[in-house]
Design a protein. Sequence first.
Length: 621
Amino acid sequence: MKKIYLMVIAVLFAVGLTSCEDFLDSSNYTGATNENYPATPGDLNKQLAALYGVMNQISTNPLQTPWFVNYIMSDDANGAGGTGDVESHAIGHLMTNKETLYDDVWKQVYVGISRASAVIYGVDAFDWTGQESARNQMLGEAYFMRGLFYLWGVQFWGDIPAYWAIAAPDPCPQLSAETEIMPHILADFTSAANLMSHGATTRGDGHATKGAAEGMLARAYMFYQGFYKKAGELASASLADVSFEGFNQEGAGSSLSKAQVVSFLEDAINNGGYKLVDDYRLLWQYTNELTIKDYAYVADLKDAGKVWAGNGNEEQMFQVQYMNSNSWNGTIGMGFCNQVELYTGLRCDTDADGRANGGEDTFPFGQGWGQGTINANLWDDWSDADPRKKATIANGWDGNGDAEFKIAFATSCSEETGLYNKKWMCITCKETDFAGQSNYAWWGVWRSKNTETPSPNGNSFQGDHFSDIVLLRLADVMLMHSELTGTADQMNKVRARVGLPATSYSLQNIQNERRFELAGEGLRFNDLRRWSGKDGGSSCLAATALQRQDGSRVNYTGYWTEMHHGAGVGGSSWSQRYADTDGFLPKPPSQIAIVNDPAVLSQNKGWYDGTGWSMSGTPIY
């Protein structure tokens, strides 16, 4: 198992990398590197470390992270939480409750882009004779990260300010995501895939790899062709090559074809050094060495001597990592722990009988804020014959049948279902720490047994969460291969891992397989968008899937009722909100006000324009 101290990044935020550009923010977020920096290759390594550290900055607020926001926006999860958690409810209803909801992530996306550009344009300030592979790896990682930050920006906001020089122009107008930004994203991932080499870094060390670049290239390509080009079924569609003419970017070439993307996927699958973990449950931290001893659901794994595959395991291809440095001090400190585990833990308030979650009755599931509960439709749609259902969903309501534990429906809960995401929620164990105190999180006990470092934020309940957020794993890559090629071989290997029989390829089958294999991992929402196409309207797949949430069963303050869009707070419907917005978020009004020129930066449709975008209070059911 990898220790808590996951990345040596002591210099992470000590290096000044950017200059001010008012069009993006009034602070120091975009622009060129300082003229006298980097001075040595070691400085460039510090810049690369600082680049990866932006993902920890983004992690500071889970309700502004691409992985958690997209998860809540999907049809498979509710915003949930407490009756006062307007932010999570608004996200789940494709609405907003305040103008600042996405301010931080907007800034951080551009911090990431700026830091990536600093490495890209600084790499050849030194003589790499005899170290060409190291140079190419560093450059490839920077291209990978720039592509990733732009992809997150485009999927969140669509047309955004973009540049590919060392510094942003002034002004820096928003560009067309379809015609300008997405081709550059694909070029960045292509450069990364061609420049990096398999085995150049140690798996799980936090760095991007060639295989990760190949997988992310396919993800971006499929979103581009499906959402922007409205290609429909990618296996049978006639897809035009994406032109990179005029980019003059090292490693990108002049264009990208579907055949090249498939070839990259096959290289990642066959030569990347990754493989499927042999039991699906071993991917998730509830099989850790301390919890597995007492968790009946995984008794067979314990008896076979198997435990959690761990952070950086052989199936993970790229992930956000955390370390034991979280703190309440500063603006970044809590980004060093996986706060999604806290947000998705069982609602910590008591029920009408005074019973709380997080104890013996709910073992091994710990307390938290109760956000991002699994929508009841996912449970109902998913066959019990698929072992991944119970490996993914913690069922705490006996009305669903085969309840795994007995949840306390808190008197403050809203959009509660009794169904929780096992892949992300905090996990407890029955052992005590060195002081004989019980811990909310198994990580706290593990830390006390393996280190002499106490929880630096002084709160194990809120701070001892260090599991990776997995952004890409091999099973996803294998399913993308099946979807692009119209073949079932890779899909059936994924199914075989959990003992499911082979099936034939069809678009419906691959859509179902992605929904169930990757449930709870934040990918569903953008899958629905690319299967629907831009300007899909209120009858497209994404809109109708989201609308199915209306009328789904939820528990509100201790009693069962039905969830409805905008209940008690206005609004229209999920399908209409999707049609109004195409799944895009509002650009921060503060940024638009700074620019004060709609030709440079304008608001997305469906926001601040008379549509039902505002959730000023909590839904009342």
